[in-house]
Design a protein around this ligand. Sequence first.
Ligand SMILES: Nc1nc2c(c(=O)[nH]1)N[C@H]1C(S)=C(S)[C@@H](COP(=O)(O)OP(=O)(O)OC[C@H]3O[C@@H](n4cnc5c(=O)[nH]c(N)nc54)[C@H](O)[C@@H]3O)O[C@H]1N2
Ligand SMILES: Nc1nc2c(c(=O)[nH]1)N[C@H]1C(S)=C(S)[C@@H](COP(=O)(O)OP(=O)(O)OC[C@H]3O[C@@H](n4cnc5c(=O)[nH]c(N)nc54)[C@H](O)[C@@H]3O)O[C@H]1N2
Ligand code: SF4
Ligand SMILES: [Mo]
Length: 903
Amino acid sequence: MTKNNDSSWIKSTCAYCGVGCGIEAKVQANGKLEVRGDEEHPANLGKLCSKGLKLGETVTTQGRMLSPSVHGEDCSWDHALSHVASTFSDTIAKYGQDSVAFYVSGQLLTEDYYVVNKLMKGFIGSANIDTNSRLCMASSVVGHKRAFGEDIVPGNYEDLELANLVILTGSNLAWCHPVLYQRLKAAKARHGTKIVVIDPRETASCEIADLHLPLFPGSDIALFNGLLAYMAKLNQINQKYVEQHTEGFDEALELAKRFSNITSVSLATGLKTADIETFFQWFRSTPKTVTVYSQGVNQSTSGTDKVNSILNCHIATGRVGQPGSTPFSITGQPNAMGGREVGGLANTLAAHMEFGNPEQSELLSEFWETSNLATKPGLKAMNMFEAIETGKIKALWVMATNPAVSLPESNRINAILASCPYVVVSDCVESNDTLKYAHVRLPAQGWSEKSGTVTNSERRISRQRRLLPTPGMGKPDWWIVSEVAKKMGFEKQFSYRSELDIFNEYVEQTRLGNEVGKSTARALTLESLSGMTPENYQSFAPRQWPAKDGVCPERLFGDGNYATPNGKGRFVAVDFKPPALSLSERYGLILNSGRIRDQWHTMTRSGLSPSLSENDSVPQLEIHPFDAADRGIKDGHLAKVISSIGEQIFIAKVTSTVSVGQCYAPIHWTHTNCSDGKVCTVIPSNTDPFSGQPEFKATPIEVKSVKTYLDAQIVSRSPLDKTKLNAIPAAFWVSQQCDSGVLYSLKLTVKTLELEDLLAALMDDGQPTLVIASSGEAQRVVYLQSGKFGLAAAIYPSSLAGSQPDISQLVSAEAEPEVMHGFLAGTLKAKSRTICTCKKVTKADIENAIDNTGVCSVKSLGELTGAGTGCGSCVAELEQFIGNAKPISITPYERQVESACGK
Ligand SMILES: Nc1nc2c(c(=O)[nH]1)N[C@H]1C(S)=C(S)[C@@H](COP(=O)(O)OP(=O)(O)OC[C@H]3O[C@@H](n4cnc5c(=O)[nH]c(N)nc54)[C@H](O)[C@@H]3O)O[C@H]1N2
Ligand SMILES: Nc1nc2c(c(=O)[nH]1)N[C@H]1C(S)=C(S)[C@@H](COP(=O)(O)OP(=O)(O)OC[C@H]3O[C@@H](n4cnc5c(=O)[nH]c(N)nc54)[C@H](O)[C@@H]3O)O[C@H]1N2
Ligand code: SF4
Ligand SMILES: [Mo]
């Protein structure tokens, strides 16, 4: 049977990033979910990255929220929903409609998003609904609206393959959109696409870069304004296009001219003039250019202006919405795009209809049959939390996001959540940092149980299909919201029978006033999807919008007609401003934050996969060797990050992929799985004036070493009590999911500690010790539970860290008794770090293959070990082992040395 007509494989969409890969899933005899790439899905044509491939490991009932609860007591759905509905209604009656708020997420399905937006903006009559897209895409949204007149990504993924020059700026595509990165890499192999990476760090994406521009954090506008001025100076502006299809060019050029001299660009960006020149020349001589940008651009106090500085260069050359030639804002979350479409952001209405357009408001009121439509934009995420702080908002409903971790100023946000009179949280897990503050907890269906639609970064709508039954009492988010809406008195408008009813309503909404030429028209339309039957919806194949009858454009604005009232594209005059906070004597390093390859956000899902935890299992602070040496910080030891608003401990990773003076920390660890490592604790909330997006990537900090004497590791079948963990004399602990158990790594501040005493402090009584074995300086113990392995632990001097075995092997389902005995005898070998997650190839496997066979290419290494032959995300690292990591321009480290030598 061929892959595609075996009906036991169900097609759906990956749970994670905005590439929106199609998957096929099959429930195996043991109940586990097998996942493979869907060869028919246009986004990925069968490919998946490590996270997609390991989705099956994350669908577990372990740790799921199973029942609704009110004030800590499990209860019926009816009770919980009535409680929410009456508290919201009472609050509104007493304090007005702006005293309640929703904080939602790009991880909801379009149908979920549609209903919650409808309830808030249509019936409660306030626009105090915002989403985590505020932290993610808001600057791009405003940039798009300013330049194009509507929030639209004009291009398609194929454009990355058709281009002759691809600029990745503020995007680590290799790790964050891996399948698209692999498509780009394959295109480069076919026709030699030139690739420029603009990023302060040397990232995995630099593997395919012909030029890496490690600019100073936040200096993008100087570079792109310099590019615009350069193009104008050399008469490379597409004059005809600019005259016919655009406005505002002269003003934009006027400001850009501040950087008409390459030396001034070099001073502002820290880049070598020769590199700037090369970049400018390539842009000038390559009509087929795609600029991909993401959080290094958006998450900045000048994020919106950064976006427009990029768009200005594309508009000036007519490189918008052309095959292989377009700007490309790449989206983060699986359905951030769907959310932007239905209107999840506080400053938009619905279906690309906007506040300030009375005709659109009228159409919408009539369509929703409401007299209470919101009349003004609501509060953006940070302002929403500030309004809780000042008592203006009294009831908050958080859905599918974890603000206690992901908003800046974590300590303040946590205090705000603790002080909010009424907090409702809908989530699928039973614990995360935000759920701690919930008065009402509502169990939502998880990815594999949900059904509906999502839109990816290239405007392609795909179905997410139900694959598994829901554990406990979990319900779809749209159902939960609709039931509350009904109980609040909006019975008629929220009586949906299924997600299809909602989808059909949304399709009709995109048609409102959308006839060409009308002042209410938008490019967003799903017209040709009207009136879907259950059969059509079930078999719906991925398709892009605009979805119109007849000929439908594959790209937008390619004909020079924009979505602005007069049809002209707009230049925006922007100027370079440095990040909000500058370095000082006290805070002399700049902290950048972002993602790592194998984890997703706050780890509530990817953290459940043992395989995904094997590559990077602890929160590491990347710091340059010079800065580390200055501060006595050693690789693998603790480093405390201190900023003006807080401090947090990480494990130091000393590396010259970050420049001197800069550090990088991952966003994934939380106080649910770690004592520290929560990066937003140290990040103050400075936001972009237009988009409200926080500056997550440029915080002045200082770093200090933290002395510890002993390391301890504990692996247990069942999780340990966190209160007890927090009470022991450890400067730091972190937990990690492993095969059949949880591994804890601790850094102790005491010079001596008996293992028995440590365990007595952590465990309930009554479990017999099998053996305590001490060999050399280490102490080891194994506990049995009902004759089976229950827990193992070891304490050893911190100086031995790195040479100790990873004891997660002991709890593995396949662990043999010899492994246990080897551990107790101190002969168990250290487990090597996994490099290739897909094929489970470790560092030791790779080093052995190289030593024993002398392989000298990644290809033969792959043939020998399998490494790099899955999703390909580890290839950059494999190149390092082979020793032929390609020199790309110069590394940030060399640049610092050169500038220190006055070159
Ligand atoms: N593995 C993984 N993939 C993911 C996610 C995940 O959690 N894990 N999350 C998804 C989501 S929601 C998102 S939004 C995307 C984010 O995808 P990306 O934006 O690619 O990811 P980040 O790591 O946040 O940041 C990108 C790069 O911006 C660089 N940068 C920092 N400051 C500047 C600057 O001033 N200028 C420039 N030009 N660059 C700068 C950083 O060094 C970093 O390498 O990833 C998506 N994909
Ligand atoms: N310092 C720093 N901070 C950042 C960033 C950064 O680069 N640096 N990036 C920002 C960006 S771009 C983003 S997108 C955010 C992400 O930050 P968050 O949105 O806070 O992170 P997630 O872990 O994705 O949180 C999603 C929550 O929803 C739950 N969930 C998953 N699926 C569903 C569902 O279908 N229904 C319901 N009800 N719940 C569900 C999950 O269990 C989890 O608790 O972080 C932002 N914060
Ligand atoms: S690139 Fe990876 S994480 Fe993103 S959608 Fe595809 S498989 Fe999922
Ligand atoms: Mo994001």
